[in-house]
Design a protein around this ligand. Structure first.
Ligand code: HEC
Length: 152
């Protein structure tokens, strides 16, 4: 009598543990799927954002186009901008730079490009690039995204 009672008690305990385990197992895949879906959604919307940024940056580049080519190593009124990231300022041979730019010691990066393009004459006094600068930070950021994409 006593042993049967003990046994059935142990059984209910075991059942409860099993139930709990099944519950966790049942909810686990949903939990995973939810997370995965969310990650995919975030990823896709991020891609959309950056595509939109690059597109609007491309429009900003219309301001530069008359003087700079970005896809061909061909100088216009200004030097070409192929592989501009990591390039030393004033380093395109056969382009006649101002000595201000040539001697600036600047390496073009996201940061230095933003500084120069926001206000060329303030960033490098004596530069001969006649461009007023881009004051709008969104436009400037988008332009940089575009340069990253097309200058390689
Ligand atoms: C009116 C013509 C003109 C316009 C417009 C213009 N630039 Fe320039 N750019 C130049 C000239 C000229 C230089 C050389 C400056 C110097 O020697 O001081 C130059 C230099 C540069 C450099 C340095 C390149 C190097 O080899 O070190 C970068 C980067 C640059 N321009 C980017 C831009 C971007 C981006 C725009 C548009 C937002 C733009 N420029 C608009 C004429 C222009």
């Amino acid at each position: 009598m006593l042993t049967t009672l003990a046994l059935s008690q142990r059984n209910t305990k075991y059942k409860k543990i099993l139930e709990a385990r099944n519950k966790i197992l049942a909810s686990f895949p949903f939990f995973m799927i939810k997370k995965t879906l969310l990650a995919i959604l975030l990823f896709v919307s991020n891609i959309n954002f950056s595509i939109a940024d690059i597109e609007s940056g491309k429009k900003v580049f219309n301001k530069c186009k008359s003087c700079h080519s970005i896809k061909q190593e061909k100088n216009k009124l200004g030097p070409h901008l192929v592989k501009i990231f990591g390039r030393k300022a004033g380093s395109i041979e056969n382009f006649k730079y101002s000595s201000a730019l040539k001697d600036s010691g600047i390496i073009w990066s996201e940061e230095t490009l933003k500084g120069y393009l926001a206000n060329p004459r303030k960033y490098i006094p004596g530069t001969k690039m006649s461009f007023a600068g881009i004051k709008n930070t969104d436009q400037l950021n988008h332009l940089i995204e575009y340069l990253k994409k097309d200058s390689n």
